[in-house]
Design a protein around this ligand. Structure first.
Ligand SMILES: [Zn+2]
Length: 254
């Protein structure tokens, strides 16, 4: 009997977990013993905290396959010690070969940033800044930029928000590529001292359950395009603005 047995929604989760563990043990008796020995994931997923985008579920992965960092609107801020620590540990200690930034359509964080950027009070000092408002600050600035407004002229509101999701992913890919961790990893790979690591940008479409590659992958060679991404299958979709090389060149960097 657990301490939360009188709370149905939590009790259901614990029961489901017990059933899952029993099922796994039945079909793969050594699974948990092997898991307990250590992890060697090939992929770091940097995604949104949204409950509708559970990375291992949507990619049918087992525990141990994906190293994960999730936050509101899949941000990678260069001053964020949490995200930096995850990237450092994943690249330098676990030896992941791919870092994937994954945003999604209908993102509440993206919509909130867009709304904040289009309020009459935008840009004015506010004493009421919450942690969430501070967190979304760079994304609000992106949504309020003249470059973004120009790129969305004539778009429906929903398309504008999805475009902001895509531009946001591209900016976070750039932020990761500009981090000391990736610069050092790429320098070591170029010198033959370490294996290659690639950074990618994907978007998850809630309406279809499908992941789509934005074609913005970068590695030690620089931009590597949608065709070659070191073993990860990619469908070669063009990115939102039809920018063939996928680089951030419209001033969308922080
Ligand atoms: Zn989201």
């Amino acid at each position: 009997m657990t301490t939360v047995s009188h709370i149905p929604e939590l009790n259901r989760l614990l029961s489901s977990n017990a059933q899952w563990a029993a099922d796994v043990s039945k079909y793969e008796p050594e699974f948990f013993t092997e898991c307990a020995k250590g992890q060697a994931p090939k992929v770091l997923w940097i995604g949104c905290a949204d409950s509708r985008v559970p990375e291992s579920v949507i990619m049918a992965c087992k525990p141990g396959e994906i190293f994960v960092h999730r936050n509101i609107a899949n941000q990678f801020h260069l001053h964020d010690d949490s995200a930096q620590s995850v990237l450092t540990y994943a690249v330098e200690h676990l030896g992941v070969e791919h870092v994937v930034v994954v945003g999604h359509t209908q993102c509440g964080g993206v919509a909130g940033a867009y709304d904040a950027a289009n309020k009459p009070s935008y840009g004015k000092p506010s004493k009421a800044d919450s942690a969430l408002a501070r967190w979304l600050g760079p994304l609000v600035a992106l949504a309020g930029s003249s470059e973004f407004h120009a790129s969305c002229e004539g778009m429906e509101h929903g398309d504008t928000l999805n475009s902001l999701s895509e531009v946001n992913i591209r900016v976070q890919v750039e932020n990761i590529c500009n981090s000391d961790v990736m610069r050092n990893a790429w320098a070591r790979a170029t010198n033959g001292e370490a294996k290659k690591v690639y950074v990618h940008g994907w978007i998850y479409e809630l309406q279809s359950g499908r992941l789509r590659d934005l074609g913005v992958s970068q590695g030690p060679e620089g931009f590597v395009g949608p065709k070659f991404v070191g073993g990860v299958s990619v469908n070669g979709f063009a990115n939102a603005n039809g920018n063939a090389n996928g680089n951030v060149e419209n001033g969308f960097t922080e």
